[in-house]
Design a protein around this ligand. Structure first.
Ligand code: AG3
Length: 277
């Protein structure tokens, strides 16, 4: 019998898609907030898919999870209390708790089903969620941030794309609440999409973050399964300069190193233009 030719396709825009041959679909549901699917692919292992968009894959998850967390956590000299908004798969939490200074890491995820699906299908990504320092809250991250002024050293926003449940996480008002939820020397990072595919978003977020924090920085990493592969992160910092990282602390990383940290802030000219005021 001929091999079944089954493919997962994410339509990144009306002219562009990424396709991965799938072995099988492991899970499909409509949660209260979004469509949630888990598929097994030949190339990248399992995929976590929300509303048709790749959130993470077994094979390349380390790039995004290490870069959204270790860059800010090596910028702050002594991060003790860390908040993740979104990030229900647990990948960011897993990286945060590698830092011995961290006493408490809160996960504020709106969709409890993402947490459950990750525990079941991605145990190596969700592994940190059971750590005693981790407080998992199934709640609206926007409200959580508003209700906790002055509490955190570092806040990481691991959101979906700026559509559906995540729209409010890309708004200036939210960055102001993040600022207020940070201690006087705190800093934050948000995932901010692809400089090839989403230039106006990066421009707008950067100028909003800069107007709230005074200091804003953009850095890049390469995630093969995200639209265009080139991915950006925006940091707002009250005090510390991320271009001067602390010495390498957790050593068990696959992408992050002190040299990669420094190099991530070197922007190709067309990207630099997006953030020049
Ligand atoms: N959060 C950012 C995913 C954005 C990907 N966009 C897309 N595929 N269109 C990832 C969550 C991982 N913890």
């Amino acid at each position: 019998m001929a091999k079944m030719d089954l493919w997962f396709t994410e339509y990144q825009n009306e002219n562009l898609s990424i396709g991965l041959r799938i072995k099988q679909t492991l899970h499909s549901e409509k949660t209260e907030f979004q469509d949630l699917d888990v598929v097994e692919t030949e190339q990248y292992g399992r995929l976590l898919v929300l509303d048709g968009c790749v959130m993470t894959t077994d094979k390349d998850e380390f790039v995004y999870h290490e870069m959204i967390s270790h860059v800010p956590l090596h910028t702050h000299p002594n991060p003790k209390r860390v908040l993740v908004v979104g990030g229900g798969d647990g990948g960011v939490i897993r990286e945060i708790i590698k830092h011995p200074s961290v006493e408490k890491a809160v996960l504020a995820e709106i969709d409890g089903r993402v947490i459950e699906a990750s525990k079941e299908y991605f145990p190596h990504i969700a592994s940190g969620l059971s750590d005693p320092r981790v407080d998992v809250q199934v709640t609206d991250g926007i409200k959580y941030v508003k209700d906790h002024p002055g509490e955190f050293d570092v806040i990481l926003v691991d959101s979906t794309d700026p559509i559906g449940p995540a729209v409010g996480l890309f708004a200036k008002e939210f960055y102001q609440s993040v600022y207020d939820a940070l201690k006087p020397d705190g800093l934050f990072v948000a995932q901010t999409e692809s400089p090839f595919a989403n230039q106006s978003l990066i421009k707008n977020v950067f100028s909003d973050v800069k107007s709230v924090f005074k200091q804003a920085y953009l850095y890049l990493a390469f995630v093969p399964t995200y639209p265009t592969g080139m991915w950006s992160f925006t940091m707002g910092s009250k005090q510390y300069d991320p271009r001067e990282p602390q010495a390498l602390r957790p050593k068990d990383t696959k992408y992050y190193s002190t040299a990669v940290h420094q190099a991530a802030f070197a922007l190709p000219r067309f990207v630099e233009e997006l953030v020049q005021s």
